[in-house]
Design a protein around this ligand. Structure first.
Ligand code: NCD
Ligand code: ZN
Ligand code: ZN
Length: 332
């Protein structure tokens, strides 16, 4: 049995820098036609010069693959002049509440102080991507942030707001409330709950922000993905950390899924009799929601076992050493 996906896009990826970038970027570029590159580097990407420098490093790292990196800028207060200079080079600006996740210390401390920039972004048609978590109890952070999404969506009705890596039923329900709100969802949040992270022996390789939630949350996310809800796009949030930063005290947040994402998604959609909706979920919805151009890159998968390596370099992937039901047959 075979299945072809046309022009798959990953709308949320971490490529990192230097050696890690050179290891990781080709693994996405091999099978994806393009992806949204997150700006949470140290220092964060918050000016045009740094952004263009990073983009050229990415092109060098994915050399030989047909892959479009959609660049993002790290949110801070920007002037009109700065935004005008950069708006055609980015797919959006990514807002992190300060301290909410990996490399987010330079994030926003007070939303009210960001309103001037939101207004400029709305005026210029620059998208706002958001890591939507408060600093409340870890299981409730996303749910609590919904009121902030609500205020933003209402106050800036022409600002396209993307709720990144949603993990709750509340976020799924919120998708239908405002025209200007869409979302991404990761691979792991369609598959795991908090039980898989800490219910038995703790699994640091499944620890990410936002943390995996309850069964009813996973069900709501899965249902929306399987029917390819038009406002929901695949964004792996593939977030590599070296093994010594995961298997240690003070484990870094992030699950590494880039090289297994399409194989696992195909299996998941097939098992749930929804294979016909996978194309919308990993490509067409993104093309519509972000006004992208379809690429000519097509990936054919075959229902033959794929043994997941224990590591890619110094990074442990999700399902390390496991066997997947689908493999990549060819990329054209
Ligand atoms: C991401 C990372 O490692 O950069 N980690 C994560 O747990 N998701 C940051 C993020 O997307 O929040
Ligand atoms: Zn995030
Ligand atoms: Zn992320």
């Amino acid at each position: 049995m075979k299945h072809t996906i046309y022009s798959p896009f990953d709308m949320h990826i971490h490529f990192r820098q230097e050696e890690m970038l050179r290891l990781i970027a080709p693994l996405s570029a091999k099978t994806f036609a393009g992806g949204v590159i997150m700006p949470n580097l140290i220092p964060p990407i918050d000016n045009a010069e740094h952004l263009l420098q990073y983009q050229s490093e990415i092109y060098e790292a994915v050399n030989g693959y047909d892959f479009t990196p959609f660049m993002t800028l790290f949110f801070r207060s920007y002037s009109e002049r700065e935004l005008l200079e950069i708006k055609d080079k980015i797919i959006g600006i990514k807002l992190y509440p300060a301290g909410a996740t990996t490399n987010s210390d330079a994030g926003v401390k007070e939303m009210s102080k960001a309103e001037g920039t939101f207004a400029l972004m709305e005026e210029m048609g620059i998208r706002l991507l958001v890591h939507g978590e408060t600093h409340g109890f870890v299981m409730d952070r996303e749910k609590e942030f919904i009121s902030i999404y609500d205020y933003l969506a209402k106050k800036f009705p022409r600002l396209h707001i993307v709720m990144e890596h949603i993990t709750t039923k509340e976020a799924v329900d919120f998708l239908d409330r405002y025209e200007n709100v869409t979302a991404t969802v990761t691979l792991q949040h369609l598959l795991i709950t908090l039980d898989d992270v800490i219910g038995g022996y703790m699994n640091p390789h499944l620890f990410c922000k936002p943390i995996a939630k309850r069964y009813e949350d996973r069900e709501a996310l899965l249902e929306a993905a399987l029917k390819a809800h038009p406002k929901l796009c695949f964004g792996s949030d593939s977030a590599p950390h070296p093994i010594h930063k995961k298997e240690c005290c003070g484990c870094a947040a992030g699950v590494f899924t880039a090289p297994i994402a399409l194989q696992v998604l195909t299996d998941l959609f097939e098992k749930n009799n929804s294979l016909e909706n996978l194309q919308n979920f990993v490509s067409d919805n993104a093309i519509k929601n972000y006004s992208l151009t379809k690429s000519n890159k097509n990936v054919t998968l075959v229902k033959e076992p794929f043994k997941v390596p224990s590591q890619y370099g110094n990074v442990v992937p999700m399902y390390a050493d496991g066997e997947l039901n689908w493999s990549i047959l060819s990329v054209q």
